[in-house]
Design a protein around this ligand. Structure first.
Ligand SMILES: [Zn+2]
Length: 505
């Protein structure tokens, strides 16, 4: 089921601060297993609960604003163990920890806890910051209200904070400047739009929420795309692609010098969206070196010529891709396997550079290229690995044996911290995802071998036999996939084709 066109769910997140003399901000690392932003650093937060509206909030007349503040206060208590409420100065750290345990064990609800301890949620304790709506192509969407709060002291000093491992892997206090440096150097992936408050905090805690309101998240998205990692901007553009995906992610990578990977949309209004982002980058004094194509499919090349002509940009691709698309796209330069594309940080980031290693990764397409940024361990996967839907291996362009070899090659990369796919969200669970892909294909292969072990079968017969979990409408694609598996089995000398049927050797 896809929910990407559904209404975003209300959520709240807390920008928690402590120690006004030398301020620190709290962030958490989300567990790899979480479907939404797993492995990313974020502010603690979560979905609005029906019971959140049951709590009275002082200094707030709006029912929804009150409930969202309660949501933020509840989440920061559940996730970090910090009570942001009036009256907490009467409780000891020990007592606060006990209450949290009661809540975790479901023996006490948050409204009951506040009531029992005589605590009051005061809107004045939770400063409002701009709201962020997860943009449409994301499979899960939230309408997140951000609040900033200082940790209120408890009876015996500063409230301790710690994360209970589970949904969250860890929690950490950082001086805002240190947090921003970790982000800038590419050491953490931040759930959007977390880097924006971090950056503003690094400029000074005083008045940072007011400064955040000067550029709305919508405007930011429109002019900059989404920066999942410093120097990696994603602009998701609607393309004629394969459902459930509806968009192709175009990536702008680098510092002072950047490359554009897969401007794939053939639609004018989508191309204009990308133009706006590129114009902003140019206005900021950056230079775009070239357009890079990962592979030949229409949803990856649809906007290449428009962009090339609009900004006078050369186009680069693998030779096999260039030959296949020569009628639609003029490719100026071939990219070789293992070629390094080095992009400097320039004056903005003199200590940084981006080193993209081109990895020829055929399987989905003959001339498919992935790009491995060596400093940060980021992999631009094209259609080799996607964040949503499945990768189609359709012969003759597709080749299962090559595809598995390509996946194995990616798995061997020395350091892999994030996958930037052409469709769907950025993934932090890198090796897990690649292993899952390999496992899935080998499992299918084993099922086909099993089916053939009894009697020679034709492709449609195998589809009926093996793809029982796939709806009829998908059987055409499944047949191509079966063909790809069979071709691999033949190449591996494990099967043979006689007339229209395949038999095991
Ligand atoms: Zn493709």
């Amino acid at each position: 089921m896809t929910t990407h066109h559904g209404t975003p769910k209300d959520a709240a997140a807390m920008i928690l601060l402590r120690n006004p003399q030398d301020p620190e901000v709290f962030w958490v690392k989300r567990s790899m297993q979480l479907a939404f932003m797993g492995g990313f650093h974020a502010f603690p937060g979560g979905q609005r609960d029906a019971a959140d509206s049951a709590v009275p909030v002082t200094n707030c007349d709006d029912v929804d604003e009150a409930a969202l503040r309660v949501c933020a206060a509840r989440e920061i208590f559940e996730e970090a163990g910090v009570l942001v409420a009036r009256g907490v100065e009467r409780l000891t750290a020990q007592r606060i920890a006990e209450l949290r345990e009661e809540m975790h064990a479901d023996r006490l609800s948050f409204p009951a806890l506040l009531n029992q301890e005589g605590l009051v949620i005061d809107a004045d304790l939770l400063l409002e910051a701009p709201r962020w709506v997860t943009p449409p192509p994301a499979p899960r969407r939230f309408n997140t209200y951000f609040y900033a709060a200082w940790v209120p002291p408890c009876a015996d000093g500063v409230q301790p904070s710690h994360v209970i491992p589970g949904e969250l892997e860890s929690g950490e206090w950082n001086r805002p400047r240190e947090a921003y440096e970790k982000w800038r150097r590419g050491e953490v992936l931040l759930a959007p739009p977390v880097f924006v408050p971090i950056r503003e905090l690094a400029r000074g805690v005083e008045g940072f929420t007011e400064r955040l309101f000067q550029i709305t998240p919508e405007e930011q998205l429109r002019t900059q795309g989404i920066e999942f990692r410093y120097g990696f901007n994603m602009v998701a553009l609607r393309t004629p692609t394969i459902p459930p995906a509806t968009h192709t992610n175009c990536y702008l990578i680098g510092g002072d010098e950047m490359v554009v990977i897969d401007p794939g949309s053939p639609y004018e209004e989508e191309q204009q969206k990308l133009d706006v982002v590129i114009e902003k980058l140019l206005a900021d004094g950056r230079r775009i070196r070239e357009i890079i194509i990962t592979h030949l499919h229409p949803d990856h090349i649809g906007g290449v010529m428009h962009l090339s002509e609009r900004f006078q940009l050369p186009v680069a691709a693998h030779r096999l891709t260039a030959e296949a698309i020569s009628e639609a796209v003029r490719v100026d330069r071939f990219i070789e396997d293992n070629e390094i594309i080095e992009l400097s940080g320039g004056q903005r980031d003199p200590d940084l550079h981006w080193r993209l290693r081109a990895l020829w990764s055929p399987g989905h397409a003959r001339g498919h290229l992935s790009f491995y940024e060596e400093r940060t361990g980021s992999l631009i996967t094209g259609d080799c690995i996607v964040g949503m839907g499945t990768v189609v291996i359709a012969p003759p362009e597709g080749n299962m044996k090559d595809y598995l070899a390509s996946l194995e090659r990616l798995l061997e990369l020395p350091c892999l911290t994030a996958l930037f796919p052409a469709h769907g969200p950025v993934l932090a669970n890198t090796r897990g995802k690649i292993e899952e892909y390999i496992h899935h294909r080998l499992e299918r292969e084993a099922m086909i071998v099993q089916a053939l072990s009894e009697v020679p079968l034709s492709i449609p017969e195998i589809v009926k036999n093996v793809y029982t979990d796939v709806p009829e409408a998908m059987h055409k694609l499944a047949a191509l996939s079966v063909q790809a598996h069979l071709e691999k089995l033949v190449a591996d000398a494990r099967a043979i084709k006689r007339d229209e049927r395949y038999a095991l050797l």
